[in-house]
Ligand binder design. Structure first.
Ligand SMILES: [Zn+2]
Length: 199
């Protein structure tokens, strides 16, 4: 079916060799990519992360996992979210926001992170968990350390999305091999913005 709205990132990009990651594609977005691909309108390759429990359940039921697709549209991982954001002052930290007793919020418990990561990992999915604060990042790393220790998959490259507040004790081997949607340059720019916003 034509006419579905193509995500902004897939319009106007002229470099077909690029393969942007869409970190959180729901059913409409996935269909839009497929339609654009079939119609010859897609301007770059797409590696998307599945978002939404019902959509992910459908992929698992169909026996589809990370890597399925072709050179233009490919199933990446599955995306979960463990805490809030840095810009909204809701990421979950080990120390409170300056001048408050507010440590930020978690949107998943440690048990839920363990269960979700294990389920996805054992269904051969790459996992990307949105985690900004150091507490949330640590919880996600523990889950990755657990599943990769028990069911090794060296090429799976589970991700931490954003990975904003990295403290010294998070600099452990399980973090080194994580790819992340937060690039160091962007992080530097964010820190400047945060210091302006919070001072
Ligand atoms: Zn996110």
């Amino acid at each position: 079916m034509r006419g579905r709205r193509l995500p902004a990132d897939a319009r106007g990009v002229k470099t077909p060799q690029a393969q942007p990651l869409h970190a959180g594609a729901n059913r409409e977005r996935i269909l839009a990519y497929e339609d654009a691909h079939r119609g010859g309108d897609l301007r770059h390759r797409v590696y998307f992360m599945v978002r939404g429990a019902d959509v992910f359940a459908g992929f698992k039921a169909a026996g589809v996992y990370t890597g399925f697709g072709d050179e233009w549209v490919r199933v990446g991982g599955v995306k979960f979210a463990a805490d809030g954001s840095a810009s909204e002052r809701t990421m979950r930290m080990s120390t409170p926001y300056v001048g408050t007793n507010d440590y930020g919020i978690l949107t998943m418990t440690q048990k839920e992170i363990f269960e979700s990561v294990e389920d996805a990992h054992r269904h051969d999915f790459q996992v990307g968990v949105h985690a900004n604060g150091d507490v949330a990042i640590d919880m996600v790393l523990k889950a990755y350390e657990h599943v990769l220790g028990r069911w090794p998959a060296p090429d799976r490259r589970h991700r931490i999305e954003h990975c904003s507040l990295v403290t010294d004790d998070l600099l452990r081997p399980s973090l080194w091999c994580r790819s992340s949607s937060c690039r160091p340059l962007r992080l530097r720019a964010r820190c400047r913005r945060w210091s302006r916003q919070w001072s």
